[in-house]
Write a protein that binds this ligand. Structure first.
Ligand code: GLV
Ligand code: MN
Ligand code: MN
Length: 412
């Protein structure tokens, strides 16, 4: 079997998909179930159908594009990623795994290869937490990590429920039907940009992921007392933003002093109410994102954050409520898929090394129901979640080639 990735087709598809965006190029914003996301989905589905794949969608909008194997009832070999993009993102996050996955399948088809197990490309719904506050919505439902009842309680910032939004987007089935049956997958492999600097720094074209870090997210609401910025004297203030500032620094310090480089914590949202120049902040809403490859260490940081909430609340006479949105466990990649990826790299004389995923991915949740592994390609300066994120054509093509070889080996 001689595999040929078509660089022009793949790269021009990545560029075209980036045009489905609610931000000015080069930024990409594509939030789940917006008209832009729906147009992008339709465009990808058309590409899949052109490749002769059979497309189906579930009630959460997860999209499956299947190349039937000679044993169509055997467990499936899955690949894929996401096409939703956070506000002001770049064009490679998730997209390389979706369009690279499609190109890998086309390359296999064109080589004359015929799989025994069906190979299925999966475009997950809402890997990004932008709209509903929780990431990996599609894969959580597919793996049963999120119950349909909990999913139905999710609301976006406009107070619209997930059910309302998905039905309006055309996904009208029951969420109960989304969970995949036991044994659905033989293996699942996700191609992704690294979103960190290690591969580029060491000039290694492929990272084979051995472990995916565990994320936890909190929503924190701080309520103090508002009032006139001139009239209320400093001893009488209960400024919610000052309390938030202290809490943000306490969160940073808890992560910095965990003793491990793998501990990270981020406050990415700080909404101030009423948000006027001459008004004391009465209420602040923060998002907190804490991650680690080690569950116990991550949970220690979470407890430190809770302790800081109590002490800052008492000291500043403000109320601090924190709501846990998710606290997931890390996942280990399956040794047999790691080995298949390693073999594919060796076959094409590509250097590779084992790497930890500090970002989360849908594979983290698919790992609850199937053997999973991921491969990373370098991205410039490790940038991602910003418009200047970049992966080179050579790296994208190499990653796609390794993916194609691995799918072939696994589907035999
Ligand atoms: C996914 O985009 C993440 O935040 O890790
Ligand atoms: Mn992302
Ligand atoms: Mn991603």
């Amino acid at each position: 079997m001689s595999l040929a990735i078509d660089p022009e087709r793949l790269l021009s598809e990545i560029d075209t998909l980036a045009l489905f965006s609610d931000a000015e190029p080069p930024a990409v914003t594509r939030v789940v179930f917006t008209p832009t996301d729906l147009k992008a989905r339709a465009w990808v589905k058309t590409r899949c159908k052109e490749a002769g794949l059979t497309v189906r969608e579930d009630a959460a909008g997860n999209t499956f594009a299947r190349w039937n194997g000679s044993k169509p009832d055997a467990p499936v070999i899955g690949t894929g990623s996401h096409i939703d993009a956070i506000p002001n993102a770049g064009k490679y996050d998730g997209v390389v795994g979706v369009l690279g996955g499609l190109e890998a399948i086309r390359a296999l088809q064109q080589s004359g290869f015929r799989p025994k197990h069906s190979i299925e490309l999966l475009i997950f719904t809402s890997e990004e937490p932008t709209r509903f506050g929780i990431g990996c919505l599609g894969s959580r439902l597919l793996s049963g990590t999120l119950s349909p009842d909990s999913a139905r309680r999710l609301k976006d910032n406009d107070d619209r429920t997930l059910d309302e939004v998905r039905r309006r987007a055309g996904f009208a089935g029951e969420l109960e039907e989304v969970k995949l049956p036991a044994g659905y997958y033989e293996a699942f492999v996700e191609l992704h940009i690294e979103q960190g600097p290690l591969l580029e720094r060491q000039q290694i074209p492929v990272g084979i992921v051995t472990k995916i870090a565990a994320p936890a997210s909190l929503r924190v609401v701080i309520e103090g007392s508002g009032g006139h910025a001139g009239g209320v004297l400093m001893p009488d203030r209960r400024d919610a933003l000052c309390a938030a500032a202290e809490l943000i620094l306490a969160i940073e310090s808890a992560a910095r002093t965990s003793g491990a480089i793998d501990t990270v914590a981020t406050v990415g949202i700080c909404d101030v109410f009423p948000g006027a120049v001459n008004s004391i902040p009465a209420r602040v809403r923060l998002s907190v994102d804490i991650r680690d490859t080690d569950l116990q260490r991550r949970d220690l940081v979470m407890r430190a954050v809770e302790d800081s909430c109590h002490s800052i609340s008492a000291k500043r006479q403000v109320s601090i409520r924190s709501e846990l949105l998710n606290a997931d466990a890390p996942a280990d990649c399956a040794p047999e898929i790691v080995e298949a990826l390693s073999q594919a790299c060796r076959k094409h004389k590509l250097n590779f090394f084992p790497i930890v995923s500090r970002a989360y991915h849908d594979s983290l949740f698919i790992a609850r129901i199937a053997p999973v592994a991921m491969l990373f390609i370098p991205c410039r300066n490790g940038y991602s979640h910003r418009p200047d994120g970049y992966a080179s054509p050579d790296d994208i093509v190499r990653g796609t080639l390794v993916l194609a070889e691995t799918l072939a080996a696994l589907s035999q």
